[in-house]
Write a protein that binds this ligand. Structure first.
Ligand code: NCD
Length: 336
């Protein structure tokens, strides 16, 4: 673990293959810990983790808070509606208030791209030894979700040894609203970083052709890609074509709150063209799993029957895996 270099975790674009291996290895150790009896580890005893979610969240926030508690950290959470932000206090001053109370690890979600990174920069500049973990910013990045999806896939392909190698050469189809999805962007870095062949599928309004080039240039702010040999990305408009030879299919929520114009004629026509059902998956091998980061629009991105099918659908497994992944991130960041 000594080669972990990320004081802040803002974007998976900065992760190397070793970083993915480190996180997955640690997460697997936390994942297979006995689930009865004493569930807590003392690693973060006396440390303060603060969750600052300026945008709603069901899974991510409670998953981070549970992960921190499993490591025996103290957990404090900020809620924007009852805070002094409504009295005009700046975001940075609000965050500094928590730092003054002793927060060492901040998990930040914001609807605007770049807020966690800007906070990390400002806190670094003022000499505060605080680590910032991006809990999702705008359309940009959602690193812990990308990692838990990677972990879920690695455990599916190689239950005994869920390493990045388990992804090499696998064809992973991502269907839906790619344009508005920070989850898709984080998955693109993670999956290609581990050598997967990603097929993106969706209508042109939700999936611009340019996504095929998403990892072609070095990540923003970096002279060189930290991954020497990435997998590939292909754009496919037709779902039946995209599903050919798939090893796993991930579908994404239609992010209506981020669509500022009519990008779809109707939800029904979207479901007919891109909704996942048992019938549409019939052309895939029987063990091809379906993932979705949640929250799900039941009957739109995937049918209710598929969502409720434990043999096909890994949605609950993703939620379960989120806890050890976030434990691994908090553990590594607290130690660095
Ligand atoms: C995602 C998010 O908030 O980015 N959800 C999540 O964290 N599990 C995806 C979404 O909102 O659709």
């Amino acid at each position: 673990m000594s080669d972990w270099t990320h004081r802040h975790v803002l974007d998976l674009a900065a992760f190397s293959l070793d970083d993915y291996a480190t996180v997955l290895e640690l997460a697997q150790r936390f994942r297979v810990m006995p689930i009865s009896g004493a569930r807590k580890l003392p690693a973060l005893q006396g440390r303060l983790v603060t969750t600052l979610f300026f945008e709603p969240s069901t899974r991510t926030r409670s998953s981070f808070e549970l992960a921190a508690k499993r490591l025996s950290a103290d957990v404090q959470s900020f809620s924007p509606s009852s805070s002094s932000l409504s009295k005009g206090e700046s975001l940075l001053d609000t965050v500094r208030t928590y730092v003054a109370m002793g927060a060492e690890l901040l998990v930040v979600r914001h609807r605007c791209t770049g807020v966690p990174a800007a906070l990390a920069r400002d806190l670094d500049a003022s000499g505060d030894r605080v680590a910032v973990l991006n809990g999702g910013d705008g359309l940009h990045s959602h690193p812990s979700q990308g990692l838990l999806d990677l972990f879920t896939l690695a455990r599916h392909f190689a239950p005994e040894a869920p390493t990045p190698e388990a992804l090499r050469g696998r064809r992973i189809v991502i269907v839906g609203d790619i344009l508005h999805s920070r989850v898709a962007r984080s998955n693109l870095w993670a999956l290609t970083g581990c050598g997967a062949e990603v097929v993106l599928c969706g209508p042109a309004t939700l999936l611009p052709e340019a996504f095929a080039q998403f990892v072609a240039a070095p990540p923003p702010g970096q002279a060189q890609d930290p991954v020497a040999r990435r997998g590939s990305i292909r754009v496919e408009r037709d779902l039946a074509q995209a599903l050919q030879g798939a090893d796993a299919v991930m579908t994404l929520r239609l992010q209506k709150e981020r669509m500022h114009q009519h990008l779809l004629t109707s939800l029904e026509s979207y479901h007919r063209a891109y909704g996942l059902t048992h019938a549409r998956l019939a052309s895939c091998a029987a063990n091809v799993p379906v993932l979705h980061p949640g929250p799900v629009n039941r009957g739109v991105e995937l049918s209710g029957a598929l969502l409720d099918d434990p043999h096909r659908c890994l949605v609950e497994e993703q939620v379960t895996n989120g806890i050890p992944i976030r434990m691994a991130l908090l553990y590594l960041m607290a130690a660095s």
